[in-house]
Write a protein that binds this ligand. Structure first.
Ligand code: AMP
Ligand code: GLY
Length: 426
């Protein structure tokens, strides 16, 4: 079969890499891809916002399955466009993608279906939002309603900070139109876990839980990023807590969608806070997490092309996915300045030496220029390694990363530390 992957980041490189391993797959295409993906798949130029052009392309290349990586084309309705033409797609419809596309929709949906989450109010405009903030007692989190690439959330410690954040959201300064409507949310305390499942709307196959590292600097300091690294091992969640997450969050979410006439086919990502009262949803994503997908797929034994095809046809087989035992870790190497303004075009060396260490380098912001690989984004590479335990996997990732060089490279030195220090699963 032929598979087309949509997107250009580290997540898509991991998807392409894993799909290429399937004996069912003859050829993998990627639109638009990146410098690393181009070494493993046929990259085609394309604007991921132009839905009908993308659907034409799927027909032209004869792709038997399309896997949509990023949220924007899902929220815009690419899955609907492909399904309307009778094409197989792994990714939810526009109606389902509102769970990520609108924080107001997601919060109201969770309230309707009694899914545990932080209390909230909606600020429809400056007047109602300021009034809500005036009444608000205690710390507040402000969120832009629309898609904002991780930049639309401000966790506020003081009222002055909250008024300032509100103004920068509503004025459009922070994230443009996405922030014209806001959610005010109770601030939750606890540890964050990314819990993802594959589902065809009926059968649910959990992926191994992971922890992301959102802030740019060690010890969770500095501004939020798209994700500076992630890890997974057996020790993040107890079996009991995983069960509760499935029963209290994942199942009610899918049942809630079904009761509203929406069948969810794709990856459902629940960004959770594990609070003293139990797991609560911070956010839904309607696609694979980035960088969580890199360490997850590095441990997956099951044939992903076969599984995603079954998902797309509504015939996902029950029974757990198969995993390499132990742990995996992905450390993201970034351009100087990221998550603020950064430069591109810096040549990258040491990739082969790094992979000789047994690591896999999933490319995010890279491109080829005159035969050499250069930086082309804020997050450049996700150096991913596996091991029998978390300590070994972490050491392997950092050893491999020490071989990689480009001007201005920076990365966190403490990826997976929470896991290494944890005595018992959450
Ligand atoms: P979101 O995009 O909604 O996941 O928010 C981005 C990040 O902001 C999360 O990963 C958390 O670190 C933080 N955050 C979001 N909502 C809350 C909340 N209600 N309480 C505490 N932190 C939050
Ligand atoms: N790593 C968080 C996300 O994919 O949104």
């Amino acid at each position: 079969m032929k598979v087309l992957v949509i997107g250009s980041g580290g997540r898509e490189h991991a998807l392409v890499w894993k799909i290429c391993q399937s004996p069912m797959v003859q050829q993998v295409f990627c639109v638009p891809g990146n410098g690393g993906i181009a070494q493993e798949a046929v990259c085609l130029p394309g604007e991921t916002k132009n839905l009908s052009r993308l659907a034409d392309l799927v027909v032209e290349i004869g792709a038997d399955l399309t896997v949509i990586g990023p949220e924007a084309p899902l929220v815009a309705g690419l899955a609907d466009e492909l399904m309307a033409r009778g094409l197989l797609v792994a990714g939810p419809t526009k109606a389902a993608a509102q769970l990520e596309g609108s924080k107001v929709f997601a919060k109201q949906f969770m309230r309707r279906h009694r899914i545990p989450a932080a209390d909230f109010e909606v600020g429809e405009d400056r007047e109602t939002a300021s009034a809500s903030l005036g009444r608000w007692g205690g710390p507040v989190v402000l969120k832009a309603d629309g898609l904002a690439a991780g930049k639309g959330v401000v966790v506020c410690s003081h009222p002055a900070e909250a008024y300032e954040a509100l103004d920068s959201l509503l004025s459009g300064r922070l994230v443009g139109e996405a922030g014209r409507r806001v959610v005010l949310e109770q601030k939750l305390a606890g540890e964050e876990v990314s819990f993802q499942v594959l589902t065809d709307g009926k059968t649910i196959l959990p992926l191994v839980p992971t922890q992301d590292h959102k802030q740019v600097w060690d010890d969770d300091r500095g501004p939020n990023t798209g994700g500076m690294g992630a890890y997974c091992d057996e020790g993040i969640l107890s079996e009991n807590l995983s069960r509760r997450i499935l029963d209290e969050i994942v199942l009610p979410t899918l049942e809630g969608l079904r009761s509203e006439g929406i069948v969810y086919r794709g990856v459902l990502y629940c960004g959770l806070m594990i609070t003293e009262e139990g797991p609560k949803v911070l956010e839904y994503n309607v696609r694979f997490g980035d960088p969580e997908t890199q360490p997850i797929l590095f441990r997956l034994r099951t044939d992903l092309a076969e599984t995603l095809t079954a998902l797309a046809t509504g015939h996902l087989q029950p029974g757990p996915l198969s995993w390499e035992p132990g742990a995996s870790v992905c450390v993201v190497a970034c351009s100087a300045g990221y998550p603020g303004e950064y430069q591109t075009g810096k040549s990258i060396t040491g990739l082969e030496a790094a992979e000789e260490e047994g690591a896999k380098l999933f490319h995010a912001g890279t491109t080829e220029r005159n035969g050499t690989l250069v930086t082309a984004g804020g997050r450049v590479l996700g150096v991913t390694a596996r091991g029998p335990d978390l300590a070994t996997a972490t050491k392997a990732a950092y050893t491999a990363l020490s071989k990689v060089h480009f001007a201005g490279i920076h990365y966190r030195r403490d990826i997976a530390r929470k896991g290494l220090e944890r005595q018992h699963p959450l």
